[in-house]
Design a protein around this ligand. Structure first.
Ligand code: FE2
Length: 207
């Protein structure tokens, strides 16, 4: 090799480990769903992103920087979609936990009361966003300025590009629930909110 040759450095976005075992969210979400959702879909987003950015000016950027650099650019849509999906899924896994649900830590609970009136009202808004998102997408609890909001995004879109700070994510792509619930997205959503949602993670994100 001469000094003029370019050394190809592969991009190094990595699939983060699941924060729990594949079967840890049963019976609400089966190990089979997690195996495919995490092990196939999420993995593929990361692998595709690495292929797309290899040897481009985006290769040295962090995942968040790639999302920011490609958002809203039609000629970069494929890169944005895979980068945002890689980020959204890593965030979604942390938004769930075995024996989740219940009540948020005090600081977050106070903020929820101030923004929604009650935890139940917040839960209802999250359930509504998750079930009414038309087609593939996400339901989110975000911090927007000093207020908590529930928002929904289509396909790979993420609140990161809207200056909103994500606190929790619920994946409502069919691959998140179809093996377990078929068309009953509302049952998946209820199960997630009642049994799995990780309020402690949301409180950590509140800062
Ligand atoms: Fe997904």
């Amino acid at each position: 090799m001469t000094s003029t040759e370019t050394i190809e450095r592969p991009a190094t976005h990595v699939l983060p480990p699941l924060p729990y075992a594949e079967n840890a969210l049963e019976p609400t979400i089966s190990a089979n769903t997690i195996r495919i959702h995490y092990g196939k879909h999420h993995k593929k987003y990361v692998e595709t992103l690495n292929k797309l950015v290899a040897n481009t000016e985006l290769a040295k950027l962090s995942l968040e920087q790639v999302i920011s650099a490609t958002a809203g650019k039609a000629d970069k849509a494929q890169i944005f979609n895979n980068a945002a999906q890689a980020w959204n899924h890593s965030f979604y896994w942390k938004s769930l936990q075995p024996k989740g649900g219940g009540t948020p830590p005090a600081k977050l609970a106070k903020k929820i009361d101030a923004s929604f009136g009650s935890l139940d009202a917040c839960r209802k808004e999250l359930a509504s966003a998750a079930t009414t998102q038309f087609g593939s997408g996400w339901a989110w609890l975000v911090l927007d300025g000093d207020t908590l909001k529930v928002v929904k995004t289509g396909n790979a879109e993420t609140p990161l590009t809207k200056a909103q700070k994500p606190l929790l994510a619920i994946d409502v792509w069919e691959h998140a629930y179809y093996l377990d619930y078929q068309n009953r997205r509302e049952d998946y959503t209820s199960g997630v909110l009642d049994k799995l949602i990780n309020w402690s993670f949301a409180a950590e994100n509140l800062g």
